[in-house]
Design a protein around this ligand. Structure first.
Ligand code: ACO
Length: 384
C-alpha cells in the first residue's frame, strides 16, 4: 500500500487480510474470539435454535417467523429423497473412494437432474437451496452404506434433520441426545466468513454457474487437510498416539520436525476458537454421560502440551479439534466427518452465493509474473 492506495504489485500470500467481498452473513473478531451469524452470537444460537432455523437465518438474512420456519422445514423434509438414478450413479463409484469425493461428484450430478441454470429466478433458487440442504445428508448416508454392499436407507419425513441422518446411517431409531448434539455441531459449522471453501464457491458463483456447481466447487475445497479435512486427521492422530502418556513426546517430535498439529491454529483466530470451546464442553458432557471417550483425555493433553509450546504463536484448538471426537462417539465413521461438515456449511455457501448474485462481478484477480520473457523456441531435437 502507498498513500492508502493498493499498488498492483502488492502481494499477500494466501490473500491474508485481503477483503474478497462485502458481506453481511457473518462476523469474526479473531482477537476476542467472537463469531456472529447475521449479528447473533453463536453461543446464543446453539442454546435457542436448530440447524434448520440457523440455515434460514444465514440464507434469508433474518430469523424466520413460526410459519416461515415450518414451511422451510417441511419443504426440506419433503425433498430428502434422492432419485433411484442418483443412487445408481453412486453405485458406480469406487467403494474405497473417499466419501467427500463421492459427495462432490454426486452434488455436481444433481444439477443435471434438477436444472437450476435460471439463477435470476427466485423460485428456482429457493428450490435449489431446499434440495441441497435436504439431499446432502441422504447422499452421505447412502454412500456410507452402499460401499459395504448394503441398500441405502430411505429418509423418514417424521424425523428431524439430524435424527433422520443418524437413522439413515444405521437404520436404527436415533438417540435424541445424539441427534441434539449433532444439531448443535451443525449450527457451529454452518458459516465462517471468507474461508477457503466459501471463497472457492464464490469464485464459481461469480461466473453465474448454477448452485449445484457452486456447492460442488466448495465441497472440493473443503476436502483438504488444511481446511475441513482436519477433523478426520485429528481423530487419526489421536488414535495413532493411543495413550495419554505418549502425547508429550509425539507433539514435541512433530513440532521439532516443523509439522502441523491437526485441529490446531487458525488464520483469523488469535485466541480460542469459540466453536471449539462449545464443542469441548459438549465432549466433556458426553464423557460424563458415557464415561468411555478415551480420545478426549488424549485430546485435552495435546491441547495442554501444544499451548505450552505454541502460546507465542497464538495457536489454539480450532473447530476441527473436538468435533471428530464427538462424531466418533456417535458411531460416525471417521472418513465421513468432513461430509458432516459439508452438510452444515452448505448453508453458509448458499448464503454467500445469494449475496454474490445480488451484486455480482466476476472474480478475476491478477498474478505477478515472475517468469522469463523473449526466450528463443528450442527445436525438440535440441532439447536435453
Ligand atoms: N501446528 C503447529 N504449528 C502451527 C500450526 C499447527 N496446527 N498452525 C500454525 N502453526 C505455526 C506455523 O508453523 C507457523 O510458524 P512459523 O511462523 O514459525 O513458520 C505459524 O504458526 C503460522 O502458521 P501458518 O501456517 O502460516 O498460518 P496460516 O494462517 O497460513 O494457516 C491453518 C492456518 C492452515 C489453519 C494452520 O494453522 C494449520 O495448518 N492448522 C492445521 C490444520 C487445521 O487444523 N486446519 C483446520 C482449520 S479450521 C477450518 O478450516 C475449518
Amino acid at each position: 500500500m502507498q498513500n492508502g492506495e493498493m499498488i498492483m504489485t502488492d502481494f499477500f500470500a494466501g490473500l491474508e487480510g485481503v477483503p474478497a467481498s462485502k458481506s453481511g452473513v457473518s462476523f469474526i473478531d479473531g482477537e476476542k474470539g467472537i463469531l456472529e451469524y447475521r449479528g447473533i452470537r453463536i453461543e446464543e444460537l446453539v442454546k435457542k435454535s436448530s440447524f434448520i432455523e440457523v440455515a434460514y437465518l444465514l440464507i434469508f438474512g433474518k430469523l424466520p417467523t413460526k410459519r416461515q420456519l415450518d414451511k422451510f422445514d417441511s419443504d426440506i423434509r419433503f425433498h430428502r429423497r434422492i432419485k433411484y438414478r442418483i443412487v445408481d450413479l453412486m453405485k458406480t463409484l469406487p467403494e474405497r473412494g473417499h466419501p467427500m469425493d463421492a459427495l462432490q461428484a454426486t452434488v455436481a450430478a444433481l444439477g443435471m437432474f434438477y436444472p437450476a441454470k435460471e439463477i435470476s429466478d427466485e423460485e428456482t433458487n429457493y428450490w435449489s437451496i431446499v434440495r441441497l440442504i435436504a439431499k446432502l445428508p441422504t447422499i452421505v448416508a447412502a454412500f456410507a452404506r452402499m460401499r459395504y454392499g448394503d441398500e441405502a436407507v430411505r429418509p423418514r419425513d417424521d424425523l428431524n434433520h439430524t435424527e433422520n441422518f443418524l437413522y439413515m446411517l444405521t437404520e436404527t431409531p436415533p438417540d435424541p441426545y445424539m441427534a441434539k448434539v449433532l444439531d448443535t455441531s451443525l449450527i457451529l459449522h454452518a458459516e465462517h466468513t471468507m474461508n477457503a471453501s466459501t471463497f472457492s464457491g464464490l469464485v464459481t458463483a461469480s461466473t453465474l454457474a448454477d448452485p449445484y456447481t457452486v456447492v460442488s466447487s466448495a465441497i472440493g475445497t473443503l476436502t483438504g487437510p488444511l481446511h475441513g479435512g482436519a477433523n478426520e486427521r485429528t481423530v487419526e492422530m489421536l488414535r495413532e498416539i493411543g495413550d495419554v502418556g505418549k502425547v508429550k513426546d509425539y507433539i514435541e517430535e512433530k513440532l521439532k520436525k516443523k509439522e502441523k498439529i491437526m485441529g490446531m491454529g487458525h488464520r483469523v483466530y488469535k485466541t480460542y476458537d469459540p466453536r471449539a470451546r462449545v464443542l469441548k464442553d459438549i465432549a466433556n458432557k458426553m464423557q460424563k454421560r458415557y464415561k468411555d471417550i478415551t480420545l478426549l483425555e488424549i485430546a485435552e493433553r495435546i491441547e495442554k502440551v501444544s499451548s505450552e509450546n505454541l502460546k507465542e504463536k497464538k495457536i489454539y484448538p480450532n473447530v476441527d479439534f473436538y468435533s471428530g471426537i464427538i462424531y466418533d462417539r456417535m458411531g460416525i465413521e471417521t472418513d465421513l466427518f468432513t461430509c458432516v461438515f459439508a452438510m452444515s456449511r452448505v448453508a453458509g455457501w448458499l448464503a454467500h452465493w445469494l449475496e454474490q448474485l445480488s451484486n455480482n462481478r466476476i472474480f478475476r484477480p491478477s498474478a505477478i509474473y515472475v517468469g522469463k520473457h523473449n526466450l528463443n523456441y528450442k527445436p525438440l531435437k535440441n532439447r536435453r
